[in-house]
Design a protein around this ligand. Sequence first.
Ligand SMILES: [Zn+2]
Length: 369
Amino acid sequence: MKWSLFVGRPFGIRVYLHWTFLILLGWILLSQMGKPVQNVIEILAFIFLLFASVLLHELGHALMARRFKVRTRDIVLLPIGGMARFRKLPEEPSAEFLIALAGPAMNGIIAIGLFLLLVIMGHIPEIPQNLTLVEGPFSLIENLLWANALLAAFNLIPAFPMDGGRVLRGLLGFRMSHERATTITAEIGQALGILFVILGFMYSLGLLFIGIFVFLGASAESSSEQIRSSLRSYTVSNILMKHYSSLRPEQSIIQAVELLLAGQEEEFLVIEQEKVVGVLTKKEIFNGLATHGNQVSVRKIMKTRFPHLRLESTLDDALRHLQENDSPIAPVYRGRKLVGILDRDNIEELLTLNKAMQQYLESPLRDRA
Ligand SMILES: [Zn+2]
């Protein structure tokens, strides 16, 4: 993963630290300049524990997801809450609700635990008036308590992309379709975003930014859901490319270039003994020429990570497999027989056509035509 540092593999899940964590670290250290060394050590301990809290939040999602047989690709930790990336999130309401809730619940449990710990030690913590770190003999525990309470509260805002958006959609999903639940959640999110922006203008700049973030997140989720639901009504067979050229791994890049120049095709399957062993696009051919020159073999430059698709898969599944493998094309099979190629550009074209058709159907001019 770009811009991220690998930190470990708890429960078999790869965990990365996003570079923005380092900005947070730098900013806090700068604000501590000239203060005693003990303060700086305390701050570093706080950051470390904050990092652990965010990790526990994500592990909450990941381990709950595992109960629903959903695998986690990796976890990326950001200062505002991190991100667990899943193979495929379930759309059943109960699974979505519980997986989304498990993260903030982790922070809630940590906050309550720390609160009780402070009470046992004879110190009743007071809610801080603004977003600064508390000082005093129990400051480390107190700051961690408020940070966790804030993480739980922020992530429970009922709008995408926060967990709260998914919690709400899960709840709504018990009574309506996934599409309808997404639309309503997105509308609530957009309304909340606008409310935050207005309140932000009046009270705090921080709220203003959260408002913009919430509004954009809600809009993005709503349009990606629309895309998913329109792709669900098509299968791979609808846009299969049946005519395609292929290469053999031992052929040279020159032959790939000749094929590229000979026609409209920009993507090729690499086939060895009737098995697809790689794919080759314009990008690999250009990069191959630039780095290895014109003597290199197809085997050396072909992309070996690509999905094998079935003719009857829905296009939203097919697109997800292409994205997960970061591949623009894939071979398509009927049973075990290779029948053609699926190309990501074709999926996008289909979506554009769909959108144009939608506009036509909704256009007020239609009746006059
Ligand atoms: Zn979360």
